[in-house]
Design a protein around this ligand. Structure first.
Ligand code: SAH
Length: 235
């Protein structure tokens, strides 16, 4: 998978993709993330990316030309599956959307700044808009990092133990059961006996029952949804 991220402040993302799991994914050749400075496509002599809004009002708007030039150039280099604009009013990011996007080959992610982008970018150049939650950030970079992380960790081979992404919260419409590691007893705090039993079927049953119980307590709407419509967790 190749992800091109377009940003007015690319430095914000410098360290994010160069550490830990995301770095390993790139070293193994499973994912390639390129963060581009939108100013490289600006024809303004001061390399500006924003201008005043028509109709007046506070705040600046990102202009269409550098964004159009950037997307056109990137599209000429490779087959692009989605051009995603990070936006608070976009489709809400959930595990289902991360799963869907992890099956794509190449993505472009556009980060907004200031008040956002000229509406014509959204009308003509974008194929999809994604929000990471009902709050407003000052720029799309954190949101693009969240989306890329959620997608890249799903690519086969990225996580050491491939089954571990499948047992994460939300994958089966349930939150994850509790995990424990050594020591089995710490200051008198013990782990559940079943985990020491060596009986895998009992352990699996216990984990499932814990996941269901936790989901009922913490996120009952997930249970309602999967009971109403068993395929709902993909969305
Ligand atoms: N005026 C816009 C907010 C602009 S915030 C509005 O009211 O909707 C500046 C930029 O940050 C946006 O263009 C977007 O790219 C990014 N951003 C802010 N909040 C976000 C969120 N919850 N999810 C995804 N991107 C977000």
């Amino acid at each position: 998978m190749h992800i091109d991220i377009l940003s007015a402040v690319p430095r914000l993302l410098d360290s994010w993709f160069n550490e830990s799991i995301l770095q390993r994914a790139q070293q193994k050749g499973l994912a390639e993330v390129q963060v581009h400075d939108l100013r490289d496509w600006s024809t303004d002599k001061h390399r500006r990316l924003d201008d005043y809004p028509f109709g007046g009002g506070a705040g600046m708007v990102m202009t269409i030309e550098p964004i159009h030039r950037a997307i056109t150039e990137l599209r000429s280099k490779r087959e692009v599956d989605e051009v995603i604009y990070m936006s608070p009013d976009g489709e809400m990011l959930g595990q289902g959307l991360a799963n869907q996007l992890s099956l794509k080959g190449n993505l472009i992610i556009l980060c907004g700044h200031y008040k956002g982008v000229d509406e014509r970018v959204r009308e003509h150049l974008i194929t999809r808009e994604v929000s990471i939650g009902d709050y407003v950030l000052s720029g799309g970079e954190l949101a693009a990092a969240v989306l890329s992380d959620a997608v890249i960790r799903l690519l086969p081979g990225v996580l050491g133990d491939e089954t571990s992404a499948l047992s994460d919260s939300f994958q089966d419409g349930l939150v994850a059961p509790p995990d424990y590691t050594r020591p089995a007893e710490y200051q008198g705090w013990k782990i559940p006996d079943v985990l020491l039993s060596g009986h895998q079927a009992n352990i699996d049953a216990w984990r499932h029952q814990q996941a269901v119980e936790r989901t009922r307590l913490r996120r009952p709407e997930l249970l309602d949804r999967s009971e109403r419509d068993p395929g709902a967790t993909d969305r």
